[in-house]
Design a protein around this ligand. Structure first.
Ligand code: GUN
Length: 290
């Protein structure tokens, strides 16, 4: 069967242009302050540094201002809370993120709870997560939003389809499970959320119309685990022997899936533009000079 690749790079260009046009029309032309994203990075996790550098490049491409605070490894939780508080208070910062994961000695829940929900462009704060489950407009986590957008733009039907998600993280698996089962035109899917304790994952994946793999294990999903014609969304990204691998064993799935997101160039670029879409949303809705 022919497998069509879902081109996140191409779609990201389109969305980047849409965001830039809105900034021009609603902000620059009205002499308002350019949207501004804050980024707090802790420690020296190489993947986190790469992710943050890519987010900064995205800001530059779109024309959104950014401020980066990089706290050294072994910084105290209190020091991180001070920086979060400064971003919460700074009227020039429309939204900000604290790059995850955090070092073991820092309480991640406490950190997320300390972010002002109106500036939580990751959509991780329980207030925003709760609103998302209620279907109230708010910031949706960027990767989940990127997945929905790519499915929508390629006109892949979600309603009535059986979706299996592998990985229950708060960043990807859980939010996308909620969004795809909502009662609306980008939802109405029957969703199974599988995870490390699920027995016989293949039992589920073999029946799935759509499989979203966000498990953090290179080449986890193999061709023999899917049915012919399934739509495969690969959220993983791993540096391996100078190659970049996803959570999907690309060559064993290629030719059996109907649609497949490549790594790189699939969900990664979609996630980055969605973060900036959330930042624009914050800038348009929450600022005092609007
Ligand atoms: N680490 C991996 N993905 C993300 C993300 O979307 N946001 C934050 N803050 N950290 C991450």
């Amino acid at each position: 069967m022919t497998t069509q690749l879902l081109d996140g790079n191409l779609l990201a260009i389109e969305i980047r242009n849409e965001i830039s046009n809105i900034i021009e029309e609603k902000i620059v032309n009205k002499n308002k302050r350019i949207p501004h994203l804050g980024i707090i990075l802790t420690g020296n996790n190489s993947s986190s540094i790469t992710y943050v550098n890519n987010k900064i490049k995205e800001c530059k491409k779109i024309g959104i201002k950014y401020s980066l605070v990089h706290l050294p490894i072994n910084s105290l939780e209190e020091e991180l809370l001070v920086e979060i508080n400064k971003m919460n208070q700074n009227p020039c910062i429309d939204g900000f993120i604290v790059q995850l994961p955090l070092e073991k000695h820092i309480n991640q829940d406490k950190i997320i709870l300390s972010i002002n929900p109106k500036k939580d462009v990751d959509g991780f704060h329980p207030e925003n997560f709760g609103k998302m489950t209620f279907g109230i407009e708010t910031f949706f986590p960027a990767t989940a939003l990127g997945i929905l957008t790519i499915l929508d733009k390629y006109k892949i039907q979600i309603s009535g389809k059986y979706t299996v998600i592998i990985g229950r993280s708060r960043i990807v698996g859980r939010p996308i499970s909620i969004l795809m089962s909502r009662k609306n035109n980008l939802g109405n899917s029957t969703v199974t959320l599988t995870h490390s304790k699920t027995k016989n994952i293949e039992y589920y994946t073999k029946q799935a119309d759509i499989i979203i793999v966000a498990v953090g294990i290179p080449k986890f999903l193999k061709g023999k685990m899917i049915k012919k014609g399934a739509v495969i969304i690969d959220v993983g990204i791993h540096n391996h022997d100078k190659k970049i691998l996803g959570d999907v064993d690309f060559y064993s799935v290629y030719g059996k899936a109907s649609y497949l997101t490549p790594v790189p160039g699939g969900i990664g670029p979609m996630t980055r533009v969605m973060l900036l879409k959330n930042t624009l949303f914050a800038a348009l809705n929450n600022r005092i000079d609007k």
